[in-house]
Design a protein around this ligand. Sequence first.
Ligand code: SAH
Ligand code: SF4
Length: 375
Amino acid sequence: MGVGSQFLVNFRHATLHIYTTTSWYLASQAKNQMTTDLKGLNARETEQWAVDNGLEPYRGRQIRRWLLTRLALSFDEMQNLPKTIRALISEQALIVPLQEVTTLASEDGTRKYLFRLHDGHLIESVLLPERDHLTLCISSQAGCAMGCRFCLTGKQGFKRNLTPSEIIEQVVFIKRSLSEPERLTNIVFMGMGEPLANYDAVIRALENLIAEDGMNFSHRKVTLSTCGLVPEIERLGHDTTVNLAVSLNAADDATRSSLMPVNRRYPLKLLIQACRGFPLPNRRMITFEYILIDGVNDRDQDALNLTRLLSGLRAKINLIPLNAAPGADMSPPPMKRTLQFQEILTDHHFTAIIRKSKGRDILAACGQLTGTYAE
Ligand code: SAH
Ligand code: SF4
């Protein structure tokens, strides 16, 4: 397969520019007027792309730095490239910034961004300021096909996968919009979509997010959350070193299957086996997210089952009282029940944290991302 061919986007040019050297002209012919989305390429591929277009490899490195480190929005910004080269790359490559539709700010500081993709689909990203860090929650798909019963994103169904650059553009947009003292520290794939169902694009995006000559996030500060696609969890452990979070939500198959259809394909035994095999360097842990739902998965027995299921695993448990959708048939348990559930887990020496959902007033909390807005 050619360089980044998976992520080539076909754009027709109305006019064909005349290039000053033959090689550029031939390169453009050979590309058959295909335009490359460079943010989806890794360092080696970007160099190769430069060479294929008649440039020195170091030009590829320069372009990559402009795109991922200096967050250029157009090729014209790339001031250390001669005009002729800028003209060439704007013929052969494209930058497609996200179009901001709305930004909502919550009373608790959370900000929710709604973006329109070039084909009209809408996605959301959520910025979560905490005491000593600033976390961005990003989407990996428009919609989601997994159909979890408690999740509003799941309810709206699947629209399409995001490309690597559409994933990265969320980070680029927010980084550009931050004011001086703010610094984005953490990235979590917990927005719209199931990241492991868009595996190749997510891996490419991750690679550029953590590359030193890319966006340079520490792999310890990047977390991917999955509903439990077992083969992809196994692949992920080989392909990256980012943190893994698993949306567990039940400790027995009957309850989990009733909440999350994916459990019928990959029941708990397989899921936990994959987690046990997941490489955890330097005392890292897997985060298990457990949404507490009144009368469904919040009994003492459920907590005990959970301790048994996760015994011996380096696990940290996030308890998330359900964010109830308007008109939903499920609700969060009373606080007393939530605390009792937590106590059972801590008595069994698990780290269990009750996550206060942020941004509820602007529907930016987990499971409330629908990619819609009121006109
Ligand atoms: N698809 C991935 C990542 C996106 S969902 C996954 O499922 O892990 C991000 C998180 O939101 C998941 O942990 C999910 O369990 C949680 N979530 C979804 N709906 C929710 C709701 N109604 N209340 C609280 N958390 C919810
Ligand atoms: Fe998809 Fe995650 Fe929502 Fe389930 S919880 S429907 S996997 S986004």
